[in-house]
Write a protein that binds this ligand. Structure first.
Ligand code: ZN
Length: 1030
């Protein structure tokens, strides 16, 4: 197996094997033949296997609302975490508490100095190559990498020459006096000092001497025995190689490692861009690895779903469950069924089979797709999912050509495309009735807090115009969505806004224990027809409640009321709730303050993330069965129990927005952008998603803003273009290398125009009995999405430390298995990473340091709960930038013609006093200004004479007519466009109060709240790998 890790990677100036092996690496693989329908030979399928029978049901089987008793904690998907988080097989050395209780220094063994030394030596002994000067991300004119001498001989020599002499067994490293030891290793963060200062490697040190003592890795038998069996015992220390670690401490100062030499996420991103940016990605191959989410490319659907709809953790599944267990690489797909498609890629085709409805396999109910194999002169077809042979109905009959392909192949989207839609018949509708168009209900908290902060007025003013932009069906002149209005504090006010009225009428419901809707006629109306009455109402609301003293609110009755209104109108819909405070008024769903910071870093920390049971649980279930999606806009000034209040948006396919300490000047625009985006975005209602697979494996677990009342149907009261569901697969049989692994995701939903549709996405993956193929076809960004969601769900039920430990141990296992089964034999001291996963450790470390997983008294529990819920519905692009933010130098912006400056490593090292930087994580956009930032830049951007004059209160930049201002604003616009939603701009001045907040996002550095630097984590993982391999 030639696929070496980054150790063997040539410098960036040279051609490298493709990320994920595409196209050079993967194209040569035998596991990627042309798929049968695309010019290849007709495929044959094995006879039906009895074990392959899928659960079947009538076409509408998924449709009825869940039964009354199906909602229990066990059925909630929160319960099913244990597969991914078993007790750790390998525990970290018990004394070191690696990802343990912050703010203890990570990896520090309080008992002995030895591990520090060991790690240092171990790191020194890692062969690090391929990251020479080419990988330097220093911006032009930047002095960030202080002390870095970009002397080519030094760095370049590393690419081909191991640092043999630094191996612990070979004596102390030869270092110039004065070089600092690696700061991070001893637990102290290297504050800006981790710089390259090494000497040129001694000449002649080409050969690396493996450590004496442990059995060398030479002759490592690939793929023998069970990996699991060898790693079971938890070990401490390095077996053999460091018999007396303390002895090493007496040596001369250790060599400082060059942080530039460890794999760089930004470099991987840039490499993929340079290879694949702007290219056409044609989806005609099985097991094809798409470009990274950070690369801009065009997709042409030729039989597999676009990666915009579906991405996988690996595009080559192992053939057996034993192999899957051995490598521990999760097999998962991140599916964004309603993803927005760029205009130039065309919209999905709509297939209408009239009253017959979509064609489906009789046995497994899979929909007609390019994977179906027509036989018998076109009279029958064999299902590729279950092998069942089906009759072709007469209306669908067509002759086959000389390669066995139907002659109407290119005329039928369902035969030639990976993604398309069917018109659904009444069988697919609730109660066999055509659905009514959905409704939007705007529910405004008019208690003292929301009135005083200006939220009420802001919402009402915005709705006056926003309602003209309600989503509408393609080619429809106006939106079919009806609208309704409610205001509330301790009691609820419904409004009759019937078009025939001169004035809106208010109906008060003061008994909130048994919520009912006091009016049906005139509550949900067509905005265009009732425009003047609605405008009248929106003018009046802020005045009516301007003098309110009512500070208490209810919450559950509000959702109940909205849901009952939709139910009474027999339609699906969405509630937009604008809420300010903890609902403490006497009513169902009353909440109490349980913000108990004493629980941080204890066994009970998980309870902080658990929603309060009872009312909200049954309410979520009722909302889903009545297709009522809840979007919650929170404006809290203190604890509001986000864990509980956000749980209903989470389970109804809704979105939670949170604006803490809302200030109209600072946050108003950001909120309004969110609201506009939320109201206008493409959305489907009353959705149910089913993921079918070919024989041998199946979908076993689902993560997202979804509700599961059984093990297969993913229910969403609504699903919008941003929501992604991560689906995990497990083997239940052996997969065939010839047939591959097929996935079909079918989403049944109601359009904004009230039409029932079935959207189908198909994807064919490769299968291989060689784990090397799996590692070659991995997608690190999708892996991180999966691990983030599984860990964020697991923290509801397990101590955070356990969850973090499992993440570390799984990282080590995945990499150790690669080392054992796929890499060429090499010294144990080398860290070898699969090419497609070389930045996996930095992402996993960032995940472990994310605020949900690290308890700090400085981060409010509501924020942590908010972020937990946010991540659960993220797609791969969102989670990528969320865990590894993009840091972009802004000085010399004008010099570069590109829309965006190239990103640099997310580390303090990259900052400098004279620079300005943008950092974005998909949610926040920091503009960081060095103390010595040039005055002309400051003048140009802020229109003030000096650094001292810059106000950090502002959340937008003035529009000034000069090059600095224009370029910077265009960069920000570009980022906003890429994300599809607005980001909150935060201006940070070096060494002022927000600087510390900003630095938490520099994920390669040691975290203030506990959590290792990237370098430390890599050392730690390397040590774990070595333990697993001995
Ligand atoms: Zn079938």
């Amino acid at each position: 197996m030639s696929h070496q890790g980054y150790v063997a990677t040539p410098p960036y100036s040279q051609a490298q094997p493709g990320i994920g092996g595409y196209p050079s690496g993967f194209g040569s693989s035998a596991s990627q033949p042309l798929y049968g329908h695309y010019g290849g030979p007709a495929q044959s399928f094995p006879p039906p296997q009895p074990g392959g029978l899928k659960p079947t049901g009538p076409p509408s089987s998924g449709m009825p609302p869940p039964g009354p008793n199906q909602y229990s904690p066990n059925n909630l998907q929160n319960g099913a975490h244990t597969q991914r988080f078993p007790p750790p097989v390998v525990s970290a050395p018990s004394s070191s508490s690696p990802f343990g209780q912050p703010p203890q220094p990570p990896y520090q063994n309080p008992g002995a100095a030895a591990p520090t030394s060991q790690l240092t030596h171990q790191m020194s002994a890692m062969q690090i190559g391929g990251y020479g000067p080419g990988s330097m991300q220093a911006p032009p004119g930047s002095s960030a990498p202080q002390g870095f001498q970009p002397g080519p001989p030094h760095a370049m020599s590393r690419t081909s020459m191991p640092l043999g002499p630094q191996s612990p067994q070979m004596g102390p490293p030869s270092l110039p006096a004065g070089a600092l030891p690696m700061g991070g290793m001893s637990g102290a963060p290297p504050m800006g000092g981790m710089s390259f200062s090494g000497p040129p490697p001694p000449s002649g040190s080409v050969g690396f001497q493996p450590p004496a003592g442990p059995p060398g890795p030479h002759g490592f038998p690939p793929q023998q025995g069970s990996f699991g069996g060898q790693m079971a015992p938890a070990q401490t220390g390095f077996p053999g190689s460091f018999p007396a670690g303390t002895a090493q401490l007496a040596g001369p100062p250790q060599k400082k490692l060059d942080p530039n030499s460890i794999p760089s996420a930004t470099q991987v991103i840039e490499d993929d861009k340079s290879k694949r940016e702007g290219q056409l990605y044609i989806t005609n191959l099985k097991g094809q690895v798409p470009p990274l989410v950070t690369t801009n490319f065009m997709v042409q659907d030729q039989g597999n779903a676009s990666p915009r709809f579906m991405r996988c953790t690996t595009y080559s599944f192992p053939t057996t469950s034993e192999l899957a267990k051995q490598c521990q690489v999760p097999l998962a797909a991140v599916i964004k069924p309603l993803a927005t498609i760029p205009r130039n890629e065309g919209q999905l085709h709509l297939v209408n089979h009239g009253e017959t409805g979509p064609l489906r396999c009789n046995r497994c109910k899979a929909y007609m797709c390019p994977f179906m194999q027509f036989i018998d002169g076109g009279r029958r077809y064999q299902c590729s999912f279950c092998s069942c042979v089906n009759e072709v109905p007469p209306f669908y009959f067509q002759h086959l050509d000389h390669v066995g392909r139907r002659v109407d192949f290119y005329e039928r989207p369902e035969l030639s495309l990976g993604s398309y839609e069917f018109v659904a018949t009444l069988d697919y509708c609730k109660n066999n009735k055509t659905p009514n168009p959905p409704a939007f209900i705007f529910m405004i908290d008019v208690s003292y807090g929301n009135v005083k902060s200006g939220v009420v007025r802001l919402v009402c003013e915005e709705l006056r115009t926003l309602l003209d932009a309600l989503p509408r069906a393609e080619n429809a002149e106006r939106s079919a969505i009806r609208v309704g209005f409610v205001t509330y504090h301790k009691i609820l006010h419904f409004y009759n806004v019937k078009s025939s009225l001169a004035q809106p009428q208010m109906m008060v419901v003061s008994d909130v224990t048994e919520m009912f809707v006091p009016l049906l006629d005139g509550f949900l109306v067509d905005f265009q027809e009732s425009r003047s009455v609605i405008h009248n109402l929106l003018d009046q609301i802020p005045e009516m409640f301007a003098e309110t003293n009512e500070s208490e609110t209810v919450f559950a009755p509000v959702i109940q009321a909205g849901m009952e209104a939709l139910k009474a109108a027999e339609c699906s819909g969405k509630l937009f709730i604008f809420h300010s405070s903890l609902p403490t008024a006497e009513a169902p769903g009353k909440l109490k303050n349980r913000d108990d910071r004493k629980l941080l870093n204890t066994e009970k920390e998980k309870t902080l993330f658990q929603p309060q049971k009872g009312v909200y649980e049954s309410l979520a279930k009722e909302c889903v069965s009545n297709s009522c999606c809840v979007d919650l806009f929170l404006f809290p000034n203190q604890f509001v129990d986000v864990a509980t209040m956000g749980d209903i948006p989470l389970h109804t396919g809704g979105t939670l927005y949170k604006y803490s300490n809302f200030q109209i000047q600072a946050d108003g625009d950001h909120f309004l952008n969110d609201l506009r985006n939320d109201v206008q975005k493409p959305i489907g209602f009353d959705a149910i998603m089913r993921v079918r697979t070919s024989t041998g494996f199946r979908a076993t677990d689902f993560f997202g803003a979804v509700y599961m009342s059984n093990t297969t149907d993913v229910e969403m009261a609504a699903v919008d273009c941003d929501k992604a569901v991560t689906v995990e697969f497990k083997h239940d049989d052996t997969l065939s290398e010839d047939n591959g692994a097929l996935i079909q995701c079918a989403l049944l939903y109601t359009t904004v125009g009230g039409e029932r549709r079935l959207r189908v996405h198909n994807l064919s993956l490769g299968c291989s009995s060689q784990l090397a193929d799996l590692y070659k076809s991995c997608e690190t960004d999708a892996l991180v999405n999966f691990f983030a969601k599984s860990a964020y769900r697991a923290i509801l039920n397990q101590p955070l430390k356990t969850v973090r430990d499992i993440l570390v141990s799984q990282t080590a296992h995945m990499l150790a298995c690669y080392r054992k089964c796929c890499a060429s034999p090499s010294a144990a001291s080398q860290l070898i990473l699969p090419d497609a996963m070389k930045v996996f450790p930095v992402y996993m470390n960032a995940l472990m340091k994310s605020c949900a997983l690290v308890g700090s008294p400085d981060v409010p529990i509501d924020d942590r709960a908010f972020h937990r819920q946010l991540v659960l519905s993220m797609d791969v692009a969102d989670s990528q930038v969320y865990f590894y933010p993009r840091l972009m130098p802004l000085h010399n912006l004008e010099a570069t013609g590109a829309a965006l400056p190239p990103a640099v490593r997310c580390s303090e090292e990259r900052l400098n006093d004279t620079g300005a930087f943008l950092l974005e994580n998909g949610r926040l956009l920091f503009l960081w200004l060095g103390q010595a930032c040039p005055p002309d830049f400051i003048q140009g951007v802020f229109n003030v004479p000096s650094f001292a004059h810059i106000s950090t209160e502002a959340n937008s930049l003035p529009e000034l007519d000069n090059a600095h201002s224009k370029k910077l604003r265009s960069v920000i616009d570009h980022i906003t466009q890429q994300r599809g939603h607005s980001l909150k701009l935060v201006i940070v001045k070096q060494k002022e109060k927000l600087d510390m907040v900003f630095r938490q996002f520099l994920v390669e550095d040691k975290s203030l709240h506990g959590g290792a630097s990237y370098m430390d984590f890599l050392c730690y993982v390397h040590r774990e790998i070595r333990q697993l391999l001995t």
